[in-house]
Design a protein. Structure first.
Length: 322
């Protein structure tokens, strides 16, 4: 009976976020652990008169692994893609190709049934769209960015020519947005980031979740060169080392959380959207405006961040100043 409570959130995703129209091809990509969510989305899309296909796959082994070839080809033909999956297919070449072909995509990595009922899904996405677009526009225009936080972060990076991306859970043709995460982000120029990242909120991957103590990463020439901290830091460092892919250390993204309804809880699409936070993404950046395809894309989330763009403060201790 829980599906009844989930329906309201599913209808919001179909009608408000994706604006599904009668006759459109809607592809719901899921895996065998998320089919209950896929079914509720399918019912909502069917009620709108869409041509609905559910494509269920074996759960990917890790974030960033490509979907099966059959699903990848179907993505190119879809008008709308929903992706309630266990491990992210957001930062994949298959998703990039689908967006280039004009798909509107809402990604729902590690989504739970409860996330269709309460939490970030309850936000007014049209209202948050305004500040999100303003901040993304400021990112687009800037040449340099400087990030600090009270825990000790001090990170500089170049971004001249890279787009600012506004992700507010409402998508147009060729756009992607995670839900219910609301964020403005950009991908810095490869090799330009320098300094220290201190994540003190969450690393919602690998079972790490909400941080018990800070994780500190040293960055040189755009790459993480050292990770320090307690057991959670060691878990992250060991995973990255085991990937045997030097690109996993790439500083791939700076993103600002802008969803006032999201709560820090160890789930990626809730945590990285929490208002008052910034996350530094590492690894893949090809879907954000960069050139790197790595084995993973992880986010290191921090509290009370301040961002200066070309010397002007646009975010002060987590509060937008645009």
């Amino acid at each position: 009976m829980k599906e009844i409570l989930m329906t309201k959130g599913a209808v919001k995703l179909v009608e408000t976020c994706a604006a599904v129209k009668p006759g459109e091809n809607v592809l719901i990509i899921t895996d065998f652990t998320k089919t209950s969510i896929a079914k509720v989305l399918a019912a909502a899309a069917y009620e709108r008169g869409a041509e609905v296909v559910i494509a269920a796959m074996i759960p990917r082994k890790g974030h960033g692994e490509e979907p099966p070839a059959t699903i990848a080809e179907a993505m190119i033909k879809a008008d709308v893609i929903f992706a309630p999956v266990s491990n992210s297919i957001t930062h994949t070449r298959s998703m990039k190709r689908a967006l280039e072909a004009g798909a509107r995509s809402l990604v729902m990595t590690d989504f739970t049934e409860d996330m269709l009922i309460h939490g970030g899904i309850e936000a007014d996405f049209n209202e948050q769209k305004i500040v999100c677009q303003k901040l993304a526009s400021a990112f687009t225009q800037a040449k340099t960015a400087n990030l600090t936080n009270p825990a000790g972060t001090h990170l500089t990076m170049k971004k001249d020519g890279r787009p600012g991306n506004a992700m507010y859970c409402i998508v147009q043709k060729g756009q992607l947005s995670p839900v219910p995460n609301v964020e403005a982000n950009f991908s810095p120029i490869e090799g330009s980031a320098e300094g220290i990242i201190v994540a003190d909120a969450s690393i919602p991957y690998l079972g790490i979740g909400v941080l018990k103590e800070p994780v500190t990463a040293t960055v040189e020439k755009g790459m993480i060169t050292k990770i320090e901290g307690g057991a959670q830091a060691r878990q992250l460092a060991e995973d990255l080392q085991n990937r045997k892919d030097p690109q996993v250390y790439n500083v791939a993204e700076l993103g600002v959380g802008l969803n006032p309804k999201s709560v820090m809880q160890g789930i990626m699409l809730e945590d990285e959207g929490v208002f008052g936070t910034v996350h530094i993404g590492i690894g893949t950046n090809v879907t954000l405006g960069g050139n790197v395809k790595a084995a993973i894309h992880y986010d290191l989330i921090m509290w009370q961040p301040t961002i200066e763009l070309d010397g002007q403060v646009v975010l002060e201790k987590g509060v937008p100043r645009v």
